[in-house]
Design a protein around this ligand. Structure first.
Ligand SMILES: [Zn+2]
Ligand SMILES: [Zn+2]
Ligand SMILES: [Zn+2]
Length: 299
């Protein structure tokens, strides 16, 4: 299949597309008939893929962060949003090895794409875990040094920096990723456990100090749950994430000097998936946003 670009690509510009905004299970989640999942079953425009970004480099190369099971659809979204022909990503980068972030890796193997040496960027522990699971075979594994910028491909015109964040690290560790172009930087942080732990690990006491230090313009932030009441049938202490209600309580209203903040990694139970919910409206009133699948940013 070939999807022709609808508008000419502005060569020399780096652009990022959000190609998934959901938590690992997606929306609808397998076997669930909650309100959001039912709405998604009835209306395809309310179906959301696990959180992932696609970046078109200055040289028109395609790069993805996270490899989800919805890779095929997400490349189509990237192609439409970023205006280029559908193609195989030239590099893949991973924050950690939980299911929804890596369950598309197998598609690069013999049964599907049959790639041989696509660079796969991850921390030492992430790559070790994936090697154990035989998921690295179609890739050329590239170990990332945290807290230092590197370019995933010569000529792509942007750089990544991996930042350690605590996140129930049973199998591997977890990183947030800064994507830095000539004009703007984006912080992608789909999963972390707890603001105090994240700030502490990075040597900061409050969220704004950390953002300001990173000099990012846009943040795509873990918005898994609105609050703990959302999950009645599971022990939420076993799946910790800072609740959106806590995050916006801590940061208050958006200040003019703040980065733009978009919530991503949204669980199927989260009321913010409905734009008419009071929770969604509250986020908007405070100057923050909820990410849109297919939304783009020029870097
Ligand atoms: Zn996740
Ligand atoms: Zn559901
Ligand atoms: Zn995770």
């Amino acid at each position: 299949m070939s999807v022709a670009p609808s508008e000419p690509v502005d060569l020399g510009v780096v652009e990022l597309a959000i190609v998934g905004i959901a938590q690992d299970g997606g929306v609808p989640q397998a076997g669930c008939a909650c309100k959001n999942c039912r709405m998604a079953m009835e209306d395809p425009s309310r179906r959301y893929f696990p959180s992932s970004c696609a970046i078109r480099g200055k040289d028109c190369s395609l790069h993805i962060i996270e490899a989800t099971r919805s890779l095929a659809e997400q490349i189509v979204i990237a192609s439409k949003s970023l205006r280029f022909e559908v193609s195989v990503p030239e590099t893949v980068s991973l924050t950690h090895t939980h299911l929804g972030h890596v369950d598309g890796l197998g598609q690069f193997g013999k049964e599907v794409i049959d790639s041989k040496d696509v660079p796969l960027f991850g921390s030492e522990k992430v790559l070790l875990d994936l090697k154990r699971r035989r998921l690295v075979d179609p890739f050329s594994a590239k170990t990332v040094t945290p807290m230092s910028f590197f370019s995933p491909k010569d000529g792509c015109g942007f750089e990544y920096m991996f930042i350690p964040v605590p996140h129930r690290d049973e199998y591997s560790d977890t990183h947030a990723i800064v994507i830095k172009g000539d004009e703007k930087s984006i912080l992608f942080i789909p999963d972390h456990d707890d603001w105090d732990k994240t700030l502490n690990l990075n040597g900061f006491e409050n969220i704004r100090e950390w953002w300001n230090y990173l000099e990012v313009d846009i943040i795509l932030l873990d918005g898994t749950f609105w609050n703990e009441k959302e999950i009645e049938d599971r022990d939420i202490s076993e799946i910790p994430h800072p609740m959106i209600s806590e995050t916006i309580e801590r940061i208050g209203h958006k200040l003019e000097t703040d980065p733009e903040l978009y919530f991503i990694h949204i669980n199927h139970t989260n009321p913010i998936l409905d734009e008419n919910s009071p929770q969604y409206q509250k986020i908007i009133r405070m100057g923050w946003r909820v990410a849109r699948q297919g939304g783009t940013f020029v870097l």
